[in-house]
Write a protein that binds this ligand. Structure first.
Ligand code: UGA
Length: 473
């Protein structure tokens, strides 16, 4: 199939490379000439496991090209809209300017029988409007809304092996007077033939439902995280342990333990802006209670960096001025170099504003963090970041941080205080190595030589709420 992908950001670039890997001929249209040129050279532009190899093999097989010229898509039959819909600069709504530009540029190139496939995350009602535009220009074309559910860090696998395929279609398509009509569903089925052969569930809906599937899924995931973070606050007020609470209630399959880790909360280019844009759209539609609900989810999340900064301050006896803090993690999640809405960087900024000397380190995110936060001290050198620190804050759940050797770190720092903002450390091991371990929503594990052996023993037998009884999911 000849395919075009309009917009080669995270979603579009990965989608284009994955479609080429399935044997399709793909033209990626990217309006930033430098980005298009880099992709054409096989330079992945961002860090995403497996993407560079897939990009390079698509280019080598001559099935993948990038261009700034939308005129070159005229030979494609399926056109994927993958442009970004970020949060508007002047508020919480989604900015649809790039999407409208993309559609306006694409419409003159469409030929009878072409199918436009919307993958960008949009406010409900957008597809109906775009479909009217497209069909007005050429009635023998169609729009399908086909939301994307890939996660950064596993984007390639998520695209090739999705949990489900959703096709939002226009109610009238396929009912035109007994003539042979365009069948956009069949065409999209051929694009996704491999996924369908794997028995991926495929659901056909109206436009509004397809648009809502995406924002409702992200809002549910965000709600799950904000719920457990709200419970973390209650646990702190009562001396309970949110990790054990999540383990216990997560045993109920209706609740589930996945995506239920308390800590610094959600960041990135998707969950925060999608919850906000959904809230604004709900307000516009007069759905005030759903809007208020989404606002709470956002508010609970926005306060997590503040809770972490407060915890760090308490652990340093209420005095941050002049204290050195190593922040481990600049990216919003591991296996990514994306620092958008990073809870770790938000916490680092708060700590610095309160007078601490903050050094941030990250395995992949320091270049991007430097550009966005020239005010912060960033280093690629973990050892340097830790040297002389009065406290250490784990802000991103990179395996490299989870697996740190507490004795090695103890040899570098000035004070053995660690704040586990992602609840990933083996607390008993850290405490046994002389550390005080503070975790949002969990009792602080205070090192004390007098009780050391009893405490470690307690940890081993899983008593006094010290350790998780199930593995982290
Ligand atoms: C999210 C969704 O998970 C994808 O399904 C969706 O397709 C994508 O947005 C999108 O809209 O494009 P992503 O932004 O890559 O994917 O990141 P997630 O894996 O969802 O993580 C988001 C944030 O939640 C991270 O900051 C992570 O640290 C945090 N998180 C995750 C928690 O705080 N607790 C958890 O239990 C899990």
């Amino acid at each position: 199939m000849d395919i075009s992908v309009i917009g080669c950001g995270y979603l579009g670039a990965v989608h284009a490379a994955c479609m080429a890997s399935l044997g399709h001929h793909v033209i990626g249209v990217e309006r930033d000439p430098e980005r298009a040129a880099r992709l054409n050279r096989g330079d992945p532009v961002f860090f995403e496991p497996g993407f560079a190899e897939m990009l390079q093999s698509g280019l080598a097989a001559d099935r993948l090209h990038f261009t700034t010229d939308v005129g070159t898509v005229a030979g494609s039959r399926v056109h994927f809209l993958c442009v970004g819909t970020p949060q508007r600069a002047d508020g919480d709504a989604a900015d649809l300017d790039a999407l409208h530009t993309a559609v306006n540029d694409l419409v003159p190139q469409l030929r009878p029988g072409d199918v436009v496939v919307g993958k960008s995350t949009v406010p409900v009602g957008t597809a109906q409007h775009l479909a009217a535009l497209i069909r007005r220009a050429d009635p023998d074309t169609a729009l399908v809304w086909n939301p994307e559910f890939l996660r950064e860090g596993t984007a390639v696998d998520d695209t090739l092996h999705p949990d489900r395929l959703v096709y939002g279609v226009c109610a009238e398509v396929g009912h035109a007077d007994g003539e042979q009509t365009l069948d956009p569903v069949a065409l999209l089925d051929s694009v996704y033939a491999d996924q369908l052969a794997d028995n991926t569930p495929r659901m056909i809906t109206d436009y509004a439902t397809a648009e809502l599937v995406k924002v409702a899924a992200n809002s549910f995931l965000a709600t799950k995280i904000s719920f457990i973070n709200a419970m973390a606050d209650v646990c702190e007020a009562t001396g309970a342990d949110v990790h054990l609470l999540a383990d216990a209630i997560g045993q109920d399959p209706r609740i589930g333990r996945q995506f239920f880790n308390a800590g610094l909360g959600f960041g990135g280019g998707c969950l925060p802006k999608d919850v906000r844009a959904f809230r604004v759209r709900a307000e516009e539609l007069g759905a005030t209670e759903p809007a208020a609900f989404l606002q709470q989810v956002d508010m609970i999340n926005s306060r997590r960096p503040l809770a972490a900064a407060d915890l760090a301050e308490r652990m340093l006896d209420g005095r941050l001025a002049g204290r050195r803090i190593a922040v481990l993690g600049a990216t919003f999640k591991p296996s990514s170099d994306d620092i958008r809405q990073s809870p770790g960087l938000a916490t680092a900024t708060l700590l610095q504003a309160r007078g601490a000397t903050v050094v941030v380190t990250d395995p992949e995110g320091t270049d991007n963090a430097r550009k966005a936060h020239p005010d912060l001290d960033l280093t690629d050198d973990l050892e340097l970041a830790l040297t002389g620190a009065d406290a250490v804050l784990v802000a991103t759940d990179w395996a490299a941080f989870r697996e740190l050797d507490p004795s090695w770190v103890a040899g570098l720092v000035s004070g053995r205080v660690i704040i586990d903002g992602r609840d990933i450390l083996d607390r008993a091991t850290w405490a046994a190595a002389g550390w005080t371990v503070a975790t949002l929503g969990r009792p602080t594990l205070q090192f004390s030589p007098a009780v050391e052996s009893a405490q470690v023993q307690n940890c081993r037998v899983g008593r006094v709420g010290l350790e998780p009884t199930t593995k982290r999911l």
